[in-house]
Structures are given as C-alpha cells and as structure tokens.
Design a protein. Sequence first.
Length: 213
Amino acid sequence: MNHAGILLGLGVLIAAGEGLAAERPPAFRQSSWGMTPAEARKSETRAEAIESPSPSELWYQDTLVGRYPVRILYQFAQGRLVRGAYLLAGRRRPADYDFLQSILSEKYGGPVDESGLNPFGERETTWRAGPTEINLLEDRDSPGERSSGADRREDSGPGTSLEINYYSVAVAEKDAAVYRKETAANRITDAVIHDVIESWRQVAPGVWEWNEM
C-alpha cells in the first residue's frame, strides 16, 4: 500500500514544526515539550478549540489522516507541556489499529516495544523519536472500568477505542525513577516491619501473629 499521501497528512497533524526555534524541536504537532499553555495554544493553528475540563489541559478536535475524527489533548504538569494525545472518536475495529500501527512505523521506524497485550489485555505499541515516546493503545473500557487481563477476550472486537499518546521522554524517565525509588523504599520498610514482628514473636508468640502476604 502506498502511504505517501497519508504520511504527509499525518506529518502535518502530528509533527509539523516549521517556524519553531531549533533549540526546541517539535514533539507533538507544532508544540515542544516544556511549553506553557499559552505557547501551546499559540502553536495550535489548525484544530478547532473545544472546552477544556481542567486548567492543566487544552482540548481541540480535528480529523486524523483524513478519515478519523479525533479529540486532541495537550496536558501540562507544573505549567509545562508533558503529554499530547489523539483520542479517536467512536468504536474501532482491529484493522484500524493495524492501519495506524503501519503508518506510525513508516514515520518513526520499528517500534521499541511491541509486547502485544498489556496487563489489561489491550494491544499496545511504542516508538521513540528524539525526546518523544509515542504510544498506540487500544482502550476497551472507559477509565476506571478496566478489568483484569484474565477477564479479557483475546480479540479486539467491536467496542474498542483507540488513542495515540505522545510523552516527554525526560519526564517519563524521571517519573519511572521516582517510582523505582519509592518501590525500593517500600520493600525496605516491609522487610523492617517483618523483622520487628518476627523478633517480637520470639518474645511473645501468643500475642504477635504474622501472616505473610
């Protein structure tokens, strides 16, 4: 399949960067990571603005690659842009995921992670491009309604929505480092508590009971 025209459209929608300063490479559409809401709003010249439910978000609507109605999200942390996303309207078939995966692979090269199903039983593919991580994700349920992977069907089937997320690699790596540090600290704390209780069990076994998780 010849995707030249589609790639051009995707490039305009996703990573057009003409006119931006060289020291701030485009990360999502015409914006760069670290932009303020005012700067991101100024950079968005194509999509139609819609109501934003949070002061840390900007929302727009447009059409992706000439066929998919999408909502466009700019998300900020501490007043700086850290995430962008395309949320495809309506329910999608597996062929739509395959099509977008092919387009994104042509644009960004082979994915860095194509693990198949995530813990929620949803298809997920990840790419890296400079300071940006791109993530294609199917979402079968509304937020807060996800069940465990064991309860999922293996096929995508009707009722799947799709989203393309763009993240600042620097912010994602920082968050991951914080998570690893907190996880390690929790393990140490659990081990200390376990040792203290085990010591007291030796002194007063009839009072202290320890059920290992």
